[in-house]
Design a protein. Structure first.
Length: 185
C-alpha cells in the first residue's frame, strides 16, 4: 500500500509530463513576439538570459531589445539575417531548456519540441508558425485534433500508402519517435 508521500511523488511526476495551458500559451506568444520584433528589423541578442523577461499581468514579456539590422554589418545578406533570427529562436529554446521546463527531468514531448528548433528547412515565418503550433504547446484536445488532422490529411494525400504519409508527418514532429516505438514492438 502506498503512503501519502509516494502518492504525492507519483502525482507530481505525472504533472511534470503535462505542459500547463498557461505555459503553452506563453511560449507560443513569445515565439510570435520574437517574429514580430524581427519583422520590425530588430534583434534582441539576449534571449538566453532570464533577466530579459518579466511577467506583467500574468503574461511573459520580453524586455531590453538591444540591436537592429542597422547595427549589423552586411545587412543585405539574407542568409546571415535568417541565421541570426534562427539563433534568437534557439536562444529562447536554450533558456526554456536550461532554466524553465524541468531541466534534468525526462520529458519526451518537451525534448521533441526542443529538437524541432533544429529543423530549419522552412522559410522563417513558416518556421515560427510551425514551432508555435507544435503539439507540445497544444492543449490535450487540440493535440488530439492535430493528430486526427495528420491522419486525415495524410490519408487523403496518399490513398495507396496512408501509413507512410502518417509516418512522414510524425517523423517531422517527433524525430526518432517511430524508430523507438518500432524497436519496442
Amino acid at each position: 500500500m502506498q503512503d501519502d508521500n509516494d502518492l504525492k511523488k507519483e502525482a507530481s511526476r505525472e504533472d511534470s509530463d503535462i505542459l500547463s495551458i498557461w505555459w503553452g500559451n506563453e511560449i507560443r506568444n513569445l515565439l510570435q513576439t520574437i517574429k514580430h520584433i524581427h519583422s520590425h528589423k530588430l534583434f534582441h541578442m539576449g534571449l538566453n538570459k532570464m533577466e530579459n523577461y518579466v511577467v506583467v499581468d500574468d503574461q511573459i514579456k520580453i524586455i531590453n531589445i538591444q540591436s537592429s539590422f542597422a547595427d549589423l554589418e552586411d545587412v543585405e545578406n539574407t542568409t546571415k539575417l535568417r541565421t541570426l533570427r534562427i539563433d534568437e529562436l534557439k536562444a529562447l529554446r536554450n533558456m526554456l531548456k536550461e532554466r524553465i521546463l524541468l531541466p534534468g527531468v525526462p520529458w519526451i514531448d518537451r525534448d521533441y519540441f526542443f529538437v524541432f528548433f533544429d529543423n530549419v528547412k522552412y522559410e522563417y515565418p513558416t518556421f515560427v508558425n510551425k514551432l508555435a503550433s507544435h503539439p507540445f504547446l497544444l492543449t490535450h484536445e487540440k493535440r488530439m485534433e492535430c493528430f486526427r488532422n495528420i491522419v486525415r490529411r495524410s490519408t487523403n494525400e496518399n490513398l495507396d500508402h496512408p501509413s507512410e504519409a502518417v509516418d512522414t508527418e510524425v517523423r517531422r514532429l517527433y524525430p526518432n519517435f517511430l524508430d523507438e516505438i518500432y524497436t519496442i514492438l
